[in-house]
Design a protein around this ligand. Sequence first.
Ligand SMILES: [Zn+2]
Length: 343
Amino acid sequence: MRPPSLILSLLFMALPAYASDTVTKPIKQASAKEEASVPLKDEIKQLKETPIKESKAEAAARKKEAQAADELALKIAERLAEIRKDKDDVSKPAARPFVRPYVIPAKKTVSADDKSKKAAKHWSYEGEEGPLAWGKLNPSNIKCDLGERQSPIDIRDGIKVELDTLNFDYKPSQFQVIDTGHTIQVNLGAGNYLNVSGKNFELNQLHFHRPSEERVNGKGFEMVAHLVHKDRDAKLAVVAVLLELGEPHPVIQSVWNNLPLEKNEIVKALKNLDVTQLLPKRHEYYTYMGSLTTPPCSEGVLWMVMKEPVQISPEQSAIFARLYPHNARPIQKTSGRIIKESL
Ligand SMILES: [Zn+2]
């Protein structure tokens, strides 16, 4: 049971509202309903009060009327849809930016994760899978062969300028130690930052090479620690802390204390690690643009090599050497790259 005349009156009231609306005005459906609310109540009241007594013929006629009303309602709905579509078409230039906002495509950036996912098992530091073959082991390693801004380099002829201060904001953090098959890596909890030149990088992990990959005026060092930071756009900034033989270092000892027994096994340390203690006292540095020093050798990495080395004991170096006696990529061409250094 329903009153077809009610639907019709509603639709006819809505129609002129659509037709007369301007682009900016909202559709007047709401007000049409409001206006219809009084007659609606009346009609319902009337229907309730009317005694239900009708013959078969009357019922059939009413059914037919209802069908006709339905058809008409359908036609009106179609027409309304057309009107609405036309209006949308007219208003497209203004409306589209809100309907479909332009989304900046995600940049393909260098990420430390690439390195472990893509090429972890298929390269080494010697033999057939050694550094000279890296570029051919996997198509994604192409930069290892053809890149013009590769790392490490022999740092020399730096331009001496007043470099931006390195603002280290490290704090004692939870850490895990993993033997990746290429080095010993320390994964750090969140909250360690490096702010330089107005950019904020978070420290993700640090790892070691023996001997140091970078040279300074041709001179190599016993080892190096690479502190790998990432900013919001996944751009990498690596701080290199050169390690020379001398006194034992407490941070190195904490890491070695948690060395895993198996490759790719993660050891969750029970104590915190304060990476601030691994930094040299003086914060002068060399800086240049380079790459990951392991496959896929992705470029666009900001390098900051601390000038002052930090000491580790011969025993500490020997412990690392039992696992990785030599895990350093050879020196790469500078190819006219600018190197800057602190005054
Ligand atoms: Zn490294």
